[in-house]
Design a binder for this molecule. Structure first.
Ligand code: PEP
Ligand code: MN
Length: 336
């Protein structure tokens, strides 16, 4: 249920309203816009009579929210959420680009890529250290050493970093990682989501391989309900019958999500297409679909990559892509 307050509602009337709601055992969520204030009610609202609440002096309108996701719901929140790390932003009119290798492989590999993607305009560096791989025989990342190298690149090139957490057992290693990525395979690892909700560190939540848009939002709800408002959603392709691409980029998910949630929405053109040759086109779709950013795999030698080389673009291709992204963002009235 949401309550839209009257313009110029008196402080004492608002306090009275909040007290009334709290005595019914409900949690209160405030969203303050320039001219509108919304109070979102979380909990069992079946005992609340909307008509009685509507009579209180501070109240403008009262509406039931039928969707099961509440805190992620646009109805609960005035304006778009913007996730900020230092000067780097994603959402709220800023199109943020995260770029880097699938996996951290060596200092030389990571530093060369970091320098180039930063120069081309990436606002975050990505690099996996704990890799969820389908085969136990594949390269599974440099683990703690990979995180250390990522932090060293962050310091050297002054660029915030993003890395995937595959188990809460490793969380202490992620203190200096700026955005924690929850991968597609962990989208419904509810214990992990709850734990990430207890910090303020931004979380990039990727859509599960076979998850619906609503399930993605319900997973975001776990993090938001713990008190962490810094959640970024990511469409990374879903599994379909199609075999020409690794997954099918569900481009419709972007405008659909933008309608129903205030959270920023990114696209991963690398894991969705699975092919470097179509990554630039898929990336450009993100801008015109109303997305808030991209997470894209870039490798200085895709043919030698230890993971996901076939879908990794070169730093030169990335540089050209950024030029196009800037033009498209200008057209859409967004900052890069
Ligand atoms: C990744 O970004 O490295 C990754 C493994 O992505 P996903 O979880 O979307 O498969
Ligand atoms: Mn990858």
């Amino acid at each position: 249920m949401i309550i839209v307050l009257k313009d110029g509602a008196q402080k004492k009337d608002v306090e009275n309203l909040v007290d009334t709601l709290k005595t019914k055992g409900l949690d209160i969520h405030y969203s303050q816009g320039e001219s509108t204030t919304i109070i979102g009610l979380i909990g069992d609202t079946t005992r609340v009579d909307p008509e009685a609440i509507a009579q209180l002096p501070a109240v403008g309108t009262v509406k039931r929210v039928s969707e099961p996701f509440k805190l992620a719901n646009r109805k609960f929140h005035v304006g778009d959420t913007e996730v900020k790390v230092g000067a780097s932003k994603i959402g709220g009119g800023t199109f943020g680009v995260i770029a880097g290798p699938c996996s951290v492989e060596s200092e030389r590999q990571l530093f060369e890529i970091a320098e180039k993607v930063k120069k081309s305009g990436a606002c975050f560096l990505r690099g996996g250290a704990f890799k969820p791989r389908t085969s136990p025989y594949s390269f599974r990342g440099l683990k703690a050493e990979g995180i250390e190298l990522l932090i060293a690149a962050k310091k050297q090139y002054k660029i915030p970093v993003v890395s995937e957490l595959t188990s809460l057992d490793y969380i202490d290693l992620y203190q200096d990682v700026d955005i924690i990525q929850v991968g597609a395979r962990n989208m419904q690892n509810f214990d992990m989501l709850l734990e990430l909700g207890h910090s303020k560190k931004p979380v990039l939540l990727k859509r599960g391989l076979s998850s619906t848009i609503e399930e993605l939002l319900m997973s975001a709800e776990y993090i938001l309900a713990g008190g962490n408002a810094n959640v970024i959603l990511c469409e990374r392709g879903i599994r379909t019958f199609e075999t020409m691409t690794r997954n099918t980029l569900d481009i419709s998910a972007v405008p659909v999500l933008k309608k129903i949630t205030h959270l920023p929405v990114m696209i991963d053109p690398s894991h969705s297409g699975g092919r470097a040759d179509i990554v630039p086109q898929l990336s450009k779709c993100a801008v015109v679909a109303g997305g808030d950013g991209l997470i894209v795999e870039v490798h200085n030698c895709p043919a030698c990559a230890l993971c996901d080389g076939a879908q990794s673009i070169t730093p030169d291709t990335f540089d050209g892509l950024m030029t196009d992204i800037r033009k498209l963002c200008e057209m859409e009235g967004k900052r890069v």
